[in-house]
Unconditional design. Sequence first.
Length: 35
Amino acid sequence: MTEGLLVGVAVGTRVAAGKVVVLLSLFVSHVSSSM
């Protein structure tokens, strides 16, 4: 049970990090295109 919880946390963290990277890249491209 503990292993499953750790795996879930690891996957959730990785997915959240991926979303943050995508949002940051979109924001940077939007700002650079506006300037």
